[in-house]
Design a protein around this ligand. Structure first.
Ligand code: NDP
Length: 306
């Protein structure tokens, strides 16, 4: 029987682990299917306080994990397959393994969204990617497309100019959602071409097992065109990893967990932190802050019981 289990090992989960471990609660962190969370998929983080020259995302995560381990946090690999939050202790299953816990912090984050095309699914890992920093290297000397108009797409497009000969930013409107500083960087970069008002109808060619181009439709005129390219990066945002909790924890219509009064969910003893409950700020530092809140809320909850 555990006092506290943390689902997720990104910024939120690891900060919760540091705080819970320092409170002598010996937290168990379940690392999940994307260990380290989204920071492990990024390169230089320039806005995490304390690193004037910036810090590599994976390095920052590794430091947080070490810090939690130094205070006694335990980690297990794997993904939770089901949860029962209907009574305490709560029960979590990881395949054959069953874990019981008095309190739970959900920090399972959010994952990249896809366009929903059959060809996209077939070509994922064969020229279609959701992670420019992971796969950009494979497109050295090639032409790629990035889909989306937010900061993710902007960051991906800029990163890809390191390798690709040209980066086509395909956006369904004629105005970017990305922050002004990113927009300026995009416009200053000669390798980046904008394809406005365009929806991706299809990615070719699943029959060849490789990307040869994208079929586009102009959202205003309806005109269809074909843009040859060797890779497609999908940067259209994220959706929260909450399917496990459907019917048990309150969530909004997009599936983000609803927290009130700090990090509390609708189930006493269950707390939520990071991107799984935040679709507004979604920053490493806000995720870390909410992980701290969740650990403190869980500690107080357990204390009140004794
Ligand atoms: P956003 O929701 O901000 O942007 C998603 C983009 O994808 C929008 O331009 C949207 O179009 C487009 N889009 C969504 N669905 C589709 C679809 N089905 N087909 C085509 N286009 C689609 O998500 P981001 O991941 O970019 O950013 C999320 C948050 O994280 C933001 O607050 C952002 O600032 C932050 N962030 C910060 C970074 C940094 O500081 N370095 C890096 C990455 C993210 P439309 O505009 O028409 O809605």
């Amino acid at each position: 029987m555990r006092d506290i289990v943390i689902i997720g090992s990104g910024c939120a989960g690891l900060t919760a682990a540091i705080y819970a471990a320092r409170a002598n609660l010996k937290p168990l962190v379940i690392r999940g299917h994307e260990p380290g969370g989204q920071l492990t998929l990024t390169t230089l983080v320039e806005n995490f306080p304390g690193f004037p020259e910036g810090v590599q995302g994976p390095e920052l995560i590794e430091l947080m994990k070490k810090q939690a381990e130094n205070f006694g946090a335990e980690f297990i690999e794997g993904d939770v397959t089901s949860v029962d939050l209907s009574h305490r202790p709560f029960t979590l299953r990881l395949g054959e393994t069953i874990i019981e816990t008095r309190s739970l912090i959900v920090a399972s984050g959010a994952s990249a969204k896809l366009l929903g095309l059959e060809s996209e699914r077939k070509l994922l890992g064969h020229g279609v990617s959701t992670c420019a920093t992971c796969d950009g290297y494979f497109f050295r000397g090639k032409e790629v497309a990035v889909v989306g108009g937010g900061d993710t797409a902007a960051e991906d497009a800029l990163f890809l100019t390191r390798y690709a000969t040209a980066v086509n930013l395909v956006h369904r409107r004629n105005q970017l959602r990305a922050s002004k500083i990113m927009q300026d960087r995009l416009r200053r970069n000669e390798k980046i071409k904008f394809i406005w008002n365009s929806v991706v109808l299809d990615i070719l060619d699943p029959a060849q097992g490789a990307v040869t181009g994208i079929k586009l439709q102009n959202a205003k005129t309806g005109e269809e065109t074909f843009k040859p390219c060797d890779g497609v990066f999908i940067g259209i945002g994220h959706s929260p990893n909450t399917s496990l909790f459907r019917g048990q924890l309150e969530m909004d219509e997009q599936g983000y967990l609803i927290t009130r009064n700090g990090s509390r969910t609708n189930v006493p003893g269950v707390f939520a932190a990071g991107d799984v409950q935040d679709h507004i700020y979604r920053q490493a530092i806000t995720a870390a802050g909410s992980g701290c809140m969740a650990a403190m809320d869980a500690e107080r909850f357990l204390e009140a019981e004794h």
